[in-house]
Design a binder for this molecule. Structure first.
Ligand SMILES: [Zn+2]
Length: 256
C-alpha cells in the first residue's frame, strides 16, 4: 500500500476523489525508495507504483491524465479523449502545460512534484476541478490566478463555491532562495510579505503566495486548506528535489 494524504476540506465532498501520494509503500528501491511515480526518472518500478496507486484508488490507470510540466502558467481543459495520456509512458503526456481543468467525470487530473506546490481545486456548485503545479516560477507567473480567472470567466464560478487544497511541498521553513527569485517575487506581488528574511538568508513562502492568489478572487480563507507538510522537513515521507531526490510524488483529483 502506498501511503496517501488527503485534504480534510476536500474530503467533505462526495462528488470528488482526491489524493496526495507519498514516498512510503510501493516497489522502488535505493535512491527511489519507495513509491516513485516518475516514468522519466530511470526507475524501472515507477509504472508498477502507478498501477498500485490506481488499484488503491479504485480508478483505472487509463483514466489518469498526466502533464509534461514546464514551470509555465499554461493550463489545459481536459476532455474524454485525453484519458490515459502520459499514464503508461511519458511521451504521450500533455506537453508544455502546468495545470489541468475539467468538468468531465472519471478523469483523474494529475500533477507531479517534489518540493513544488501541488494545488487541487474544486467548484462544488459548477462541478469543476483543477490540478495545478506551482513551483516558484509558476507562483510568480500566478498560474493559480490564471486557472481561477478561467473558471470564473468561462464557467461562472463564484468565490464561496471554490475550495482549494495546497499539498505537500517545500515550506518557508526550508525554501531558501537567492536575490534573483527575491526580485521576481517582489516584482510579481508588489511587496515582500511572502519573503522571510532570517539568519542573513531569504526564504520564500510558496503556500501563502499561492493562497493569496485565491484570496484575491474573494475565495474565503476557510475554503483554502494548506496541508502544511514540508517535503524537505519530512523527507522520510516525501520526495524533495532540494535533498537531491529524483523520485516524484503525485497529486490527483477526479469528479465521480
Ligand atoms: Zn521545512
Amino acid at each position: 500500500m502506498i501511503k496517501l494524504y488527503q485534504s480534510k476540506l476536500l474530503s467533505r465532498f462526495s462528488q470528488i476523489k482526491h489524493f496526495f501520494s507519498s514516498r512510503i509503500g510501493g516497489f522502488s528501491t535505493g535512491e527511489f525508495a519507495q513509491a516513485n511515480m516518475s516514468l522519466k526518472s530511470g526507475d524501472s518500478h515507477a509504472l508498477a507504483n502507478r498501477r498500485l496507486l490506481a488499484r488503491q484508488l479504485d480508478v483505472d490507470l487509463d483514466r489518469f491524465v498526466f502533464l509534461k510540466q514546464t514551470h509555465s502558467n499554461n493550463f489545459y481543459v481536459v476532455t474524454e479523449q485525453d484519458a490515459g495520456k502520459g499514464a503508461f509512458e511519458y511521451q504521450s503526456a500533455i506537453d508544455n502545460v502546468d495545470a489541468l481543468i475539467t468538468t468531465r467525470k472519471n478523469l483523474m487530473l494529475i500533477v507531479t512534484t517534489a518540493d513544488c506546490v501541488p494545488i487541487l481545486v474544486f467548484d462544488s456548485e459548477k462541478n469543476i476541478i483543477a490540478a495545478i503545479h506551482s513551483g516558484w516560477r509558476g507562483t510568480v507567473k500566478k498560474i493559480l490566478a490564471r486557472v481561477l480567472g478561467f473558471m470564473f470567466k468561462n464557467y461562472g464560478s463564484r468565490p464561496n463555491d471554490v475550495y482549494l487544497a495546497i499539498g505537500p511541498s517545500i515550506g518557508v521553513c526550508c525554501y531558501e532562495v537567492g536575490h534573483d527569485v527575491e526580485q521576481q517575487v517582489i516584482a510579481a506581488f508588489g511587496h515582500d510579505k511572502f519573503l522571510d528574511y532570517r539568519d542573513g538568508k531569504i526564504f520564500f513562502d510558496l503556500w501563502q503566495a499561492n493562497a493569496a492568489q485565491a484570496l484575491n478572487f474573494g475565495i474565503p480563507q476557510e475554503n483554502i486548506d494548506i496541508l502544511g507538510l514540508c517535503t524537505l522537513c519530512h523527507n522520510d515521507k516525501f520526495y524533495s528535489a532540494r535533498s537531491g531526490d529524483r523520485g516524484r510524488q503525485l497529486s490527483g483529483i477526479m469528479l465521480i
